[in-house]
Design a protein around this ligand. Structure first.
Ligand SMILES: [Zn+2]
Length: 483
């Protein structure tokens, strides 16, 4: 069993075409059974067009003398691009997103110099599909990597492949698990390592890579904030809630009910404190990294993005972790961008992680590309526009079957497909999603359900079976992902 409560039939290829089937007396819900004609053809067309474009980019790179990866011109004006994913970092635990604890003094200062997207929705509540979306711009339904036993098809092009083809040096180090080579994350990288090494060490090696010449694309990923919430000794005990009670965390990750442990309020506070300390530690490492960028003069030509793949529930709706929940604490993540030419400001419009790849490609000078889900946000980052067009943001749960949600116009609808129920929350009036308005606002329910039918995620077109090594399975087990 890979995911508690997930039935095999729910994630089979055959059943995936019915992911949004919901039994309902409302006619509009019945419409969700209908798939738009030729969706599959549309997605394949997008991928085919993108394939030709990448060949064109490669030919152009040779023509202008940029050449192959590793052959960078000293006078190349294109910026270095650094993408840092702090796994499981919910945005509301950062000071610059309104948290009242001093978890992120360094990031708060960095965010004030750049652009902060206030409302960023993860496409899934777990690591694998969300990172593939982040690094391809494709929705989970399009890239198809929505189960632990599949990896991305070669037809799915990753961000690093585009950038390598355009002459960027490409370097990545991740903490492995679901962000490993086994799932295709190494594609396009000159250097890729997926060993669980300290975040600070990865950042130090990234600095050395940036020192070696530009332009570079560096991707760094860490599980430092992830369960089992064990910060370094230097940060342990930094935060202490009143009434906090110790609870063992090892071996209890990956289960929304903490492996059957009935937690007291004090124990939930204990977990929340340790989580915050992990955030503070990551903030410390990021601060050091940016100090070093400045000391080495790299900050003059390096744009840095801080993101996460999903959030974390810490007792708000009766669970611990990010499994089997699509509430906002599990979906809303930070997206902070700073560096040369980045306009200081805040973006209130809700955007999605699928926007990361087209935005980075646009900043690299490759222009906006046609991808199924993401949109470039370069214009707002450069300050040439103050408006960001809103689009519905869709998400799905870790078991790949039971929960789906959509955010539109600051309303959030969570649909429990198995139970045939739904919940509605107003993000303007209810930041904790404590009041379900589904029965009092059927008009909103109806319009959000309509979003699924009109703009819902594309049909899955590719995924490959993948075989994990013993070491990879052990890594996932330590994070609570497999039994
Ligand atoms: Zn994750």
């Amino acid at each position: 069993m890979l995911w508690p409560g997930c039935q095999e039939g729910h994630v089979s290829r055959a059943s995936r075409s019915h992911r949004y089937r919901i039994e309902s007396p409302l006619p509009v819900l019945d419409d969700l059974r209908q798939r738009r004609p030729n969706k599959r053809n549309r997605v394949e067309e997008v991928l085919r067009v993108r394939g030709f474009r990448s060949i064109g980019i490669l030919l152009l790179a040779f023509w202008v003398g940029i050449g192959l990866p590793g052959c960078h011109r000293a006078s190349d004006p294109r910026p270095n691009l650094v993408l840092i994913s702090i796994d499981t970092l919910r945005s509301d635990r950062l000071g610059c997103y309104g948290y009242d604890r001093d978890t992120t003094p360094r990031l708060d200062a960095l965010a004030a110099r750049g652009t902060r997207f206030e409302s960023v929705v993860a496409p899934a509540n777990w690591t694998l599909p969300s990172h593939v979306t982040m690094l391809t711009g494709l929705s989970p339904h399009t890239h198809g990597v929505v189960r632990p036993d599949v990896s991305a098809s070669p037809r799915v092009r990753f961000l690093a492949e585009y950038l390598a083809g355009a002459g960027y040096g490409t370097w990545a180090e991740t903490d492995g698990g679901y962000v490993g080579a086994a799932y295709g994350f190494d594609r396009g990288f000159d250097h890729f390592a997926d060993d669980p090494t300290p975040f600070a060490d990865k950042l130090a090696r990234a600095l050395a890579q940036l020192d070696s010449g530009s332009p570079q694309f560096c991707f760094i990923h860490t599980y430092d904030v992830h369960c089992p919430y064990v910060p370094s000794a230097e940060f342990r005990g930094l935060f202490r809630s009143e009434g906090s009670e110790f609870v063992e965390t090892e071996g209890r990750c990956g289960n929304p009910h903490f492996n059957g442990v009935s937690l007291t309020a004090g124990q939930v506070s204990y977990l929340s404190d340790r989580y915050d300390e992990g955030v503070r530690e990551a903030d410390h490492d990021l601060g050091w990294f940016c100090d070093e960028l400045h000391r080495r003069g790299l900050d003059e030509n390096t744009i840095v993005m801080i993101v996460s793949d999903h959030g974390e529930e810490l007792g708000e709706h009766g669970q611990i972790g990010h499994e089997r929940t699509l509430h906002r604490e599990a979906l809303l993540v930070p997206w902070i961008v700073f560096g040369p030419g980045i306009h200081p400001g805040r973006v209130g419009t809700t955007v999605g992680l699928a926007d990361v790849t087209p935005t980075i490609l646009d900043l690299a000078g490759l222009g906006p590309i046609d991808v199924a889900a993401g949109r470039s946000r370069r214009a707002v980052l450069r300050g040439t526009t103050a408006t960001v067009r809103a689009h519905p943001q869709f998400s799905e749960s870790s078991d790949g079957c039971s929960l789906v949600s959509v955010v539109a116009d600051r309303w959030h609808l969570i649909v429990d497909r198995d139970g045939g129920r739904w919940s509605l929350f107003s993000w303007d009036d209810d930041r904790r999603e404590a009041q379900d308005l589904a029965t009092t606002r059927p008009d909103r329910v109806r319009s959000l359900l309509e979003c699924f039918r009109k703009d819902g995620p594309e049909e899955t077109v590719q995924a490959l079976q993948t075989a994990l090594t013993r070491e990879e399975r052990e890594r996932l087990r330590s994070l609570g992902y497999v039994n």
